[in-house]
Ligand binder design. Sequence first.
Ligand SMILES: *Cc1c(COP(=O)(O)O)cnc(C)c1O
Length: 497
Amino acid sequence: MTLPRPKTEDFGARLSFDRGSPGRRAVDVPAWAGDERPLPDTHLLRDSLRLPELSQGELVRYYTALSARNFGIDSGTYPLGSCTMKYNPKVDDLVASSAGFATAHPQSPAEEAQGTLRTLLELRRGLGEATGLPAVSLAPAAGAQGELAGVLMITRALEDRGELETRRRILVPDSAHGTNPATAAMAGFAVTQIPTAADGSLDRATIEQELDESVAAVMVTAPNTLGLWEQGIEDVADLIHGAGAYLYGDGANFNAIMGRVRYGDLGFDVVHLNLHKSFSTPHGGGGPGAGPVCCSEELAPYLPTPVVEECEDGLVRLTAPERSIGQLQQFHGNVGVLIRAYAYMRALGLKGLRAVSGQAVLNANYLRVLLHGHYDLPYDRPVLHEVVFSGSRQRREHGVRTYDIAKRLIDHGFHPPTVYFPLIVEEALMMEPTETEPPEAIEAFAAAMIAIAEEAEEDPEELHGAPWTAPIGRLDEATAARRPVLRWQEEGADSPA
Ligand SMILES: *Cc1c(COP(=O)(O)O)cnc(C)c1O
């Protein structure tokens, strides 16, 4: 017989303010032995300040318990599709935080920052080489900002060709990341949606039909958000160029192809990469990112400022391209993220990058095969970096939605995948294991997904209330976003406006 497991105390269950006892202290401050100084005017002083009254040990347990509440890639599998939540080597953090890089001031004269600038130059050259698009600005601070830079560059190029007045449309596939149509609209273009063909790729006939002298560009995510490669993109590029338009590449999914395929070789004119997905900076949580924009020689004069260049006197400097779209933000983007990417790239080399993309694709396909038959797979063919299943069978047969499945995964110890995206897949479950998950972790994740499919058949009601093990199960998400309560309030106090 096994004894029931006693429930251990959860030291993070109550806020520090709500536990402890009056008079208890975490530190004993010695009496002040120096001169006494007058306090500021009393109107500057608070008349009450409630502080938590805890011993040091209680405080340590409290914060330790809270720190363990956060789920991250260091605590488990994080298959959030499209986000490439892979393990990032700690040595890259170490390099980026070394004193020479971390203390460099953005306004230092170039002569005093040659180490940092030369590192950025080498990163720039490496990304140019990896994408086959040699002109690069490292300035954009996110994927979406890289997109905006790219589309503004196209705008300037059209202006110089005298065609900005007539070319007012950008074609965007219906499987695109939401940032693509948003970028096109922000840059002042009308968006024409291109449907996805039955096999999950771009509908070529519609592109051919839509291409005329009113089209400025076509934005293509490659690989696309279904984890599929656009077969024949080279021919589509020719069509686009033949019609006088540009081909923009969303390279946020570069993880699947790096070291193997180069955007420039396929005919893309400009792409952005997400260094905070493929190149060693964790994605998500709203932290700093880097979305370098890489382009052909034709578009190089329009790159955002600054661009790192080696000058004739041998010094590396930050320069402004001749017809630059201007500066996107202060200084030179998120240099810490750029240094991490450089360290990652140098440590792996071309062979290593190729191994990364190969393993990422293998892992996504392993997961695809393990879950095949348990969930619907609307585009049933080998994938690249991620696989998009659908919970539509569970919804139709048992009234269990993708939302319930995602929440139940938390009880099984996994971070949920991306859900309800891409929009063209009903009840979408978008999973990206990345190259850093070992086979056992992928098998364990698949086993949890299969167990949930069985729970959906046997006990669908249970799933509607999941997660059962998290401190808070289901939030009222609209209220949480619109009226967040971010500060502790004394019991019974009025909620802040
Ligand atoms: C993540 C992602 C983006 C946006 O990148 P951010 O850095 O979040 O702005 C754009 N397109 C695709 C395909 C992505 O996966």
